[in-house]
Ligand binder design. Structure first.
Ligand code: SF4
Length: 271
């Protein structure tokens, strides 16, 4: 049984029919064009008539978040679900991760990817025509298992509250040049976020780490992909419930970026 515990309501037909604007158009604009175009739109929408509610307690809100840290959540990550199956199962089991085998170059690559995310999030957060919610968190039970993660951001147009999700991928020049369409695992991940956040569209934005060029691919929510995703989660959940591990698969193993190398080797993988 699937249930949405967070995220927005179902999209209207009118919203579904609209493509998101290009992300390239949302970066800094020359000559103050953004200010002229968006004059008068940079306001929070008015409260409905008659609403005069005292704000909820911020102390309680902070306590809620702190309590969440101490609870024993076991969950799958959207960013892992479509990669190595063993990695997802280790993560759900809370196997001890060990990054000591990652070499300094890999750590620099990871840091570079994080920096690219922050740069893009900073650009999008400064566009006056949109609210940008970076790292939009979601926690949803799907097929009896908790899925928890953060979409890189949600853009919400101030004028009419139209919204779409953003997933950022940094990529080297060789991969970028070959990119004619988004990578399938990224589309699957984007579709999962679209479903969990109730968004009709997610834009996959690729950043070339060598040239700083950008490519973007709007991905529409696809109900068939959702069925495939549920099947994948049922499969992963089955391993968790039976206390088993998926077979080692050389095609999805990426030891450079995996924190479970040691435990995976102990469990028979030739890594
Ligand atoms: S070492 Fe390879 S096979 Fe094992 S969990 Fe990591 S990525 Fe998967």
């Amino acid at each position: 049984m699937s249930g949405v515990l967070g995220g927005g309501g179902p999209p209207t037909a009118a919203v579904v029919a609209r493509l998101p604007p290009t992300l390239a158009s949302l970066g800094p604009q020359p000559g103050g064009a953004v200010v002229r175009v968006l004059d008068g739109l940079d306001r929070v929408p008015a409260l409905p008539e008659g609403v005069d509610e005292c704000p909820p307690s911020l102390v309680e809100a902070i306590d809620d978040v702190c309590r969440d840290f101490t609870e024993d959540h076991r969950f799958f990550r959207p960013s892992m679900v479509f990669g190595c199956k063993r990695q997802s199962v280790f993560h759900h089991r809370r196997a001890s991760a060990d990054n000591s085998k990652q070499n300094p170059k890999m750590l620099r690559i990871l840091a570079n990817g994080t920096a690219v995310h922050e740069v893009v999030q900073n650009y999008l957060g400064r566009h006056p025509g949109y609210w940008f919610a970076p790292e939009s968190k979601v926690a949803v039970e799907v097929e009896g298992k908790l899925i928890r993660g953060s979409c890189d951001g949600v853009m919400i147009r101030r004028s009419d509250l139209y919204r779409f999700g953003v997933e950022i991928k940094s990529i080297n020049d060789a991969g970028f040049r070959l990119l004619k369409s988004p990578k399938d695992a990224h589309v699957a991940q984007a579709s999962l976020y679209a479903r969990l956040h109730g968004l009709p569209w997610i834009v996959l934005l690729y950043w070339n780490k060598n040239s700083q060029d950008l490519k973007e691919f709007p991905v529409r929510y696809d109900p068939q992909r959702w069925e495939d995703t549920k099947a994948r989660i049922r499969e992963l959940g089955g391993y968790v419930d039976r206390g088993e591990l998926p077979e080692y698969d050389v095609n999805t193993c990426s030891t450079e970026f995996c924190g479970y190398l040691r435990v995976c080797r102990k469990n028979g993988a030739p890594v």
